[in-house]
Ligand binder design. Structure first.
Ligand code: GLC
Length: 620
């Protein structure tokens, strides 16, 4: 007779085998599509099995729970926050001590910005990874990370970490060995002896950082070769045509999963496959890889989900979800939605935002987006140009208006921000700044103008209310909950002075956070305002997964309307993106409505909104 341990092991192995059976044929086919390498596939299977065996019982229990409730991340109780652990609390140890602050806000999902070992001083905010299996010593240790994930799980907070897929730091062991001339490692990157092939690539490959890192190749003196570096010169693009790279990167992903990471943000994923004569973005092979990742996770650690960072035109997004039968990512960043929210605020015009949401609502059910206002990156003004033309808006002129507005130089602008990667040839530029600064709190404070500050607070809450009214996963940016403003000190640090994204990557101000309980302060007003919105979002049935969500015409350009219904329950969320009073008319058919914040009765046939007012109106 087998002992208990032996029986458990057999039961576990049969769980793995059962999951693998479901995917094996497709996984094998997909692998062959890219690699035709039998040996590589067998190696991948042994990696998967190995990580499955090493996965803790606690995580395996979570796997089962999530398999029974695969849409857990869509529940309205989910509330995300993104932050740099170092800036928030000095590192992982500090963060562990500050978890009560997150629980106070009922955060259920925490995206920690890159914390794996990175080179100094140049690391692109941690997106140049030196070791995918080791926490950066300046941020913490692997032990801290394991303790943190355990603590977070106890509080019902899922940890999200970045998986930087496209590149490694040029100080990663593979790059070092490539520089030392080891062919096996040279083959893990895309290296060329002459500039002939790079020149061909340059003809069709756009640039990601045209100002801060022009060109897509970097000369490596040690190797005497040109290396493909889509992002910064010290970020070497991996060669996914090499099955060893794919297998090793999958092993790295599974390593993080076994440390308790529940959401993998797959960084810059559209860029991972390159072909001459193409833009080297969104190629079909990228989808083959993401689909394989999804299957690998479903076999080894189904609790873990994929969040794709796909900052691309809206039409490029749906393929990243795959199909209901063959899914890829679980969620994607809603970067276009975010851009449209900011454009609506500057232009006092919600029409493009409405169109964007109509496009999102027309997508199949498997498409689900992260809604957010700010993250660690810039705001890239990728609006829907065709739709702009339909509305007689000149795309380039509108873009110039937007980035100058948020730079604070357009007459009448309330914003304080900076340009990012201004390209004098194409006139393209993006914008940086915190929510509070872009909304006017900084300018008002600086000018000691109470009224401006109040208007800034109203804009912060309006932007959050509009963002929260949308269908999708809500993610806040740490510091926004207390109206934290820009930090200009990065300009004094020559290593990062050229990268204006550091304007909104500053240390969390704990002193100001203390003011959240002092009535009358900016911090109090923002904190309480967000709390009120979040509570409704958590508790109102119209925010549940069953809700039907549509936009509505308002007959007023600056007024945006979202209608949420669940059977007979209905909530109409209105947002006035202008500094003027607005009178809107909604095509409501029946019923009376009540503004759940002011408790006023509202006639949606003729509804008045104060400057920057948002009303969430429930049918009574
Ligand atoms: C992603 C990150 C960005 C980084 C880039 C390169 O876009 O969000 O911050 O610069 O990837 O890794």
């Amino acid at each position: 007779m087998k002992d208990q341990g032996g029986r458990n092991k057999m039961a576990q192995d049969s769980i793995f085998a059962g999951r693998l059976k479901k995917h094996e044929q497709e996984l094998k086919e997909k692998y062959r599509e890219l690699y035709q390498a039998e040996e590589g596939y067998e190696k991948l299977l042994s990696i998967m099995k190995d990580f499955y065996r090493k996965r803790s019982e606690e995580l395996k229990t979570l796997d089962k729970k999530r398999e029974a409730n695969p849409l857990w991340y869509r529940e309205s109780s989910m509330l995300g926050m993104t932050m740099y652990p170092k800036l928030f609390a000095g590192g992982l140890k500090g963060l562990i001590k500050k978890l009560d602050y997150l629980s106070e806000q009922k955060i259920t999902y925490l995206h920690l910005m890159p914390l794996l070992k990175m080179p100094y001083p140049y690391n692109d905010g941690g997106y140049a990874v030196e070791d995918f299996r080791c926490v950066d010593p300046r941020i913490g240790t692997n032990r801290d990370l394991t303790i943190l994930t355990g603590e977070l799980r106890k509080r019902g907070i899922s940890l999200c970490l970045d998986m930087v897929m496209n590149h490694t730091a040029d100080t990663h062991e593979w790059a070092m060995r490539a520089k030392a001339g080891e062919q096996e490692y040279i083959d893990r990157y895309q290296c060329y002896d002459t500039f002939d092939i790079p020149a061909e690539f340059e003809k069709t490959m756009p640039q990601v950082f045209p100002t801060t890192a022009p060109g897509n190749f970097t000369w490596c003196e040690e190797m005497k070769k040109h290396v493909l570096t889509t992002f910064y010169p010290y970020q070497w693009d991996l060669n996914y045509k090499n099955p060893v790279v794919f297998n090793e990167m999958m092993a790295n992903i599974l390593f993080l999963a076994n440390m308790g990471v529940e959401v993998l943000r797959i960084d810059a994923v559209p860029y991972i496959w390159k072909e001459l004569g193409t833009s080297c973005r969104n190629l079909p092979q990228v989808h083959t890889i993401v689909r394989m990742m999804r299957m690998i996770l479903e076999v080894v650690c189904p609790a873990v989900i994929l969040k794709g960072e796909v900052v691309m035109a809206p039409r490029e997004l749906p393929p990243y979800f795959g199909t209901p039968d063959k899914p890829e990512c679980h969620i994607l960043y809603g970067s276009s939605t975010m851009v449209n929210l900011w454009a609506a605020l500057a232009s006092r015009d919600a029409r493009l935002l409405k169109h964007q949401m109509d496009v999102i609502h027309s997508l199949p059910d498997n498409c689900y987006f992260v809604n957010y206002l700010r993250c660690h990156d810039d705001i890239g003004w990728g609006l829907d140009e065709d739709q702009e033309r339909i509305l007689s808006i000149d795309p380039l002129s509108h873009k110039e208006y937007l980035y100058h507005f948020f730079e604070g130089v357009f007459p009448g602008s309330f914003a304080r921000g900076e340009l990012y990667n201004y390209d004098p040839v194409s006139k393209d530029a993006r914008s940086c700044g915190t929510t509070a600064s872009l909304c006017g709190v900084e300018k008002g404070g600086f000018e000691n103008d109470k009224e401006q500050v109040e208007a800034g607070i109203r804009r912060i809450l309006l932007m959050h209310a509009a963002c929260m009214s949308l269908e999708g996963f809500l993610m806040l940016s740490s510091g926004d909950e207390i109206g934290q403003v820009n930090d200009y000190s990065y300009k004094e640090n020559p290593d990062i002075a050229a990268d204006s994204r550091y304007l909104h990557r500053s240390s969390f101000n704990w002193e100001n956070a203390g003011l959240r309980t002092c009535e009358g302060t900016v911090q109090y007003k923002v904190w309480e305002g967000l709390k009120e919105l979040e509570k409704v979002r958590r508790e109102n049935v119209c925010f549940g997964t069953a809700a039907q969500v549509t936009t509505w015409d308002t007959c007023a350009m600056p007024v945006f309307a979202i209608r949420r219904t669940v059977q007979t329950d209905e909530l109409v969320c209105l947002a006035n993106f202008s500094e003027n009073w607005q009178h809107a008319k909604l095509p409501t058919l029946f019923g009376e409505y009540e503004d759940i914040f002011t408790k006023e009765k509202v006639d949606l046939q003729q509804v008045t909104l104060a400057p920057y007012q948002y009303r969430w109106c429930a049918r009574i």
